[in-house]
Design a binder for this molecule. Structure first.
Ligand SMILES: NC(=O)c1ccc[n+]([C@@H]2O[C@H](COP(=O)([O-])OP(=O)(O)OC[C@H]3O[C@@H](n4cnc5c(N)ncnc54)[C@H](OP(=O)(O)O)[C@@H]3O)[C@@H](O)[C@H]2O)c1
Length: 331
């Protein structure tokens, strides 16, 4: 008897399409790494008329997202819808039914992470969200695994590519409005960039880092947050004339009173690790008591980069299922 793990995908947009395509095309390599075979059972979407990657058969698609989360043939639900409305209900529903969940949804984990982890724990399911912070940059994995035996003192980072793209364009002479319009045209900013510009997106990511690094039940609305909307071309030009650059920096620190967190624009020397970020690039510094300072940088967004991290989580979940599957197979 062979066991095949069923995967259900919720969403097939920028990230979901890349994940689904790789699950189909790279099957042999993924199965070899995971130690168990899998089958993509269904993909929930909204619009049946949109073009999808050729590797995905039409029969896989459905607009019934709840049916995918409830499907008894689905063992792992991969949520790539985003936002809070439908995604929150679907993730909670899947976890309550004991399905393992992988998500890239920072809004969801930033605001409801501790509660969802409790639901997952009591249902005996895994909940993984490495792609929610840093895109392809494995910030959470380093905190959770490589530094598991160390004490994290501080984590700081440039975590929002939209703000970096706008600030870099302003350094090159653009007004805020033109820099934003260019970032949208180049795909660095979403159609509605308000969460990015207001620093809310970075606050979601910082809350998730705090939950992981310090086990703190910190939620993003509790973090003092200032975005980049008030920064003018004159501010940026003035800083540049003094050899300084402005970046939106998220900071988290362990203190005697607990955890201190904030998101705000910071003026930095131009050779600083954070000042050198461009476009979607993220940079994160972790200070740990024994390891000292680690610096991570790489693409913090984009379908392919984010899909790499989602697939890493899927393989990690499949590996936890593999031993049980092999016992069943030899029984
Ligand atoms: N894009 C990035 O670079 C990036 C980076 C890091 C993390 N993330 C996170 O990854 C997640 C996905 O982002 P994305 O950029 O891939 O989003 P997206 O391009 O907007 O795709 C969303 C997908 O969800 C589907 N969808 C929306 N509502 C649905 C519903 N009620 N039922 C079924 N399907 C529904 C859409 O269907 P249709 O295709 O039919 O419209 C679409 O396929 C988000 O949580 C985001 O924050 C994204």
């Amino acid at each position: 008897m062979t066991t095949t793990v069923g995967i259900g995908l919720l969403g097939c947009g920028t990230v979901g399409a890349s994940v689904a395509d790789r699950l189909q095309r790279d099957r042999e390599r993924i199965v070899e790494r995971a130690g168990v075979s899998y089958c993509l059972r269904a993909i929930a979407i909204r619009d049946c008329m949109k073009r999808r990657p050729e590797s995905l058969e039409r029969e896989l698609f459905t607009t019934a997202a709840r049916a995918v989360a409830d499907d008894p043939r689905v063992d792992v639900v991969v949520e790539l819808i985003g936002g809070l409305d439908d995604a929150a209900d679907l993730v909670e529903r899947a976890l309550r039914r004991g399905r393992h969940v992988v998500t890239a949804n920072k809004d969801l984990i930033g605001t409801q992470g501790p509660q969802l982890r409790r639901i997952a724990e009591s249902a005996g399911a895994s909940l993984r969200y490495d792609a929610a912070v840093g895109g392809a940059v494995p910030v959470l994995r380093i905190l959770e695994e490589a530094l598991a035996g160390d004490e994290i003192l501080r984590v700081t980072g440039v975590l929002n590519g939209t703000c970096t793209a706008i600030l870099s364009a302003m350094e090159a002479g653009s007004s805020f409005e033109k820099a934003l319009a260019d970032a949208q045209r180049l795909g660095y900013a979403e159609a509605d960039p308000s969460n990015d510009i207001a620093g809310i997106d970075a606050a979601h990511k910082l809350a998730i880092i705090a939950q992981t690094a310090f086990g703190a039940p910190l939620l993003s609305p509790q973090i003092p947050t200032k975005g980049i909307r008030g920064i003018t071309q004159a501010d940026v030009a003035n800083a540049r004339s003094r050899g300084l650059r402005t970046r939106l920096v998220a900071s988290l620190e362990r203190t005697a009173q607990g955890v201190r967190a904030s998101v705000a624009p910071v003026v930095l020397p131009e050779d600083h690790e954070f000042a050198r970020t461009q476009g979607v690039e993220n940079a994160v510094q972790i200070d740990a008591r024994a390891a000292g300072r680690l610096t991570l940088r790489g693409d913090g967004a984009g379908g392919s980069a984010t899909a790499s991290s989602v697939l890493g989580d899927i393989v990690a979940v499949l590996r936890t299922i593999a031993p049980a599957a092999s016992i069943l197979a030899t029984a």
